[in-house]
Ligand binder design. Structure first.
Ligand SMILES: [Zn+2]
Length: 183
């Protein structure tokens, strides 16, 4: 049996690791996840597991994260936006899926398969590429999540693709304000 079929056969069993990937220091931020081998488009690579929490709890944990960041501690984000009411917190998960970074031009997407979140290749991925997906964060909190993905599409902040134009508009407005200010 090919490894592709093996990976696709197990959408219901949570996995901590995957034959497709390994974790290493990231070119974007902190630790990241890299393709060990070429990964075909559509491959379900690994499940994103974590604690299911409410939006209010996610907000409380985000404040804690910002406090850690201010102290110079680990500022990695492990909150996965599940739906309108709940998020997944992967911080204490053993799944390396929590280490995937956000990119404004990601090579992976997430799929919800009967309540299980899978990281799936959205195009063919070459061995050695860093795996990324769109964190899908709301425009409301754009300023606290700077993006360092470095892709030509990057808006400089982690915001879902549908709302990135709002960030571009806000940045344009700030630039013209600065330019108009008398010296
Ligand atoms: Zn970016």
């Amino acid at each position: 049996m090919s490894t592709t079929r093996l990976a696709r056969r197990r959408p219901s069993s949570p996995t901590d690791s995957s034959p497709w990937i390994s974790a290493a220091t990231s070119g974007i931020h902190g630790r990241g996840v890299y393709a060990k081998v070429a990964i075909p488009d559509g491959t379900r690579i690994i499940e994103y597991t974590g604690e299911r929490i409410t939006k209010a709890e996610a907000l409380r944990r985000e404040q804690q994260r910002l406090a850690r960041q201010a102290r110079g501690g680990d500022d990695s984000v492990y909150i996965f936006v599940l739906n309108q009411r709940h998020d997944l917190d992967g911080r204490r998960s053993r799944s390396v899926a929590r280490l995937l970074n956000h990119s404004c031009a990601p090579n992976c997407k997430t799929e919800n398969l009967r309540g299980h979140i899978w990281i799936t290749a959205r195009r063919d991925i070459a061995a050695g590429e860093e795996l990324t997906f769109d964190y899908g964060y709301s425009y409301k909190e754009w300023r606290i999540h700077p993006c360092r993905c470095g892709t030509p599409k990057c808006v400089g902040f982690i915001v879902n693709s549908a709302q990135r134009w709002l960030v571009r508009r806000a940045l344009r407005a700030e630039r013209s304000l600065r330019a108009a200010r008398p010296r």
